[in-house]
Design a protein around this ligand. Structure first.
Ligand SMILES: O=C(COP(=O)(O)O)NO
Ligand SMILES: [Ca+2]
Ligand code: NA
Ligand SMILES: [Zn+2]
Length: 313
């Protein structure tokens, strides 16, 4: 069934596990995600960035938002596990409104690059509108930058979440789930040194807010996938993600939604390169994405097991 993201995350927070939030840009990733959720009997959170909505609508925002809602609802209404659709990194008021109007389960208002007060104002505005039509809301505090050992503490203060601010922010805005910046960053090249997250801040944010928390930039960039893609001509030199043991610790200290985009992209392109190299005569689009979809599905199933949401549907 098609559900509200908040229902999935409240249960996860209560029971101490996390659910991957899986970014899509097209139908094929949706297939892989749905199959993974069914095979793991796990809740499914699908998310689309503003760029994905523009891409799907071929430049038209309203069309893209409506297309994703109809695609996801069509699958959600025919599978035994709960499925939610979330707008990831909503930064433009008009796009957030199109997502709400189209029927998204939840939206992120990402005003984290603004000073605290403006982030709070913007978030509060979206919460009032979204809640009036039963849509839940995610916001972000702090900025997504990798923690570098040689960065002076002061800069950490500037970019990482302040737990006391988080408490005030959640109480003032009524936001349903929060993404505290604790040292991750987006993409395939996350850490120059060894991977490090600020678990003390995370624990404090959980204690002070008590709501479901979100980890952005949470892809692990699995070594085997990188090597496979490179064996078929990819060049991902220096790719590095969040190791599994660190992810598990983040869940232990209160993370319940784990945003995963890069790992799906890597798996897809590795599978696509492999298939095209080994099947020079194939040109049926229902066939040449098969390996790609299979690898994406396997990466998601492993992550569902790692985060503890398998058999939690
Ligand atoms: O935070 C993410 C995804 O992060 P990754 O690049 O680590 O998959 N989406 O909002
Ligand atoms: Ca942000
Ligand atoms: Na998000
Ligand atoms: Zn993100």
């Amino acid at each position: 069934p098609y559900v509200n993201t908040k229902d999935i995350l409240e249960k996860a927070s209560k029971e101490g596990y996390a659910v991957p939030a899986l970014n899509i840009n097209n139908l094929e990733f949706l297939h892989a995600i749905i199959d993974a959720g069914i095979e793991e009997n796990a809740p499914i959170i699908i998310e689309t960035s503003e760029g994905a909505i523009k891409y799907a609508g071929n430049g038209d925002i309203r069309r893209g938002a409506q297309l994703f809602v109809s695609m996801v609802r069509a699958f959600a209404n025919t599978v035994p596990v709960p499925v939610a659709l979330h707008l990831d990194h909503g930064k433009h008021f008009n796009i957030i409104m199109e997502a709400i109007k189209a029927g998204y389960s939840s939206v992120m208002i990402d005003a984290s690059e603004y000073p605290f007060e403006k982030n709070l104002e913007e978030t509060k505005k979206i919460v009032e509108i979204a809640h009036s039509v039963g849509v839940s809301v995610e916001a972000e505090l702090g900025r997504l930058v990798g923690i570098e050992d040689n960065v002076v503490v002061a800069e950490h203060e500037a970019v990482l979440v302040d737990p006391n601010e988080a408490k005030e922010f959640v109480e003032n805005t009524g936001v349903d789930f929060l993404a505290p910046a604790i040292g991750t960053s987006h993409g395939a090249f996350k850490f120059k040194g060894e991977a490090k997250l600020d678990f003390d801040r995370l624990k404090k944010v959980k204690e002070l807010t008590g709501i479901p928390l979100v980890l952005h930039g949470a892809s692990s960039v699995p070594e085997d996938i990188v090597k496979l893609a490179e064996s078929y001509g990819a060049n991902f030199k220096g790719a590095k993600g969040v190791p599994s043991d660190i992810l598990k610790k983040a869940v232990k200290f209160g993370i319940n939604k784990v945003n995963t985009d890069t790992d799906l992209r890597m798996a897809y392109v590795a599978g696509l390169r492999e298939f095209l190299t080994n099947n020079p005569g194939e040109f049926d689009p229902r066939k040449y994405f098969k390996t790609a979809k299979e690898y994406v599905k396997e990466v998601i199933k492993a992550r569902m097991r790692l985060l503890g949401c398998s058999n939690k549907a």
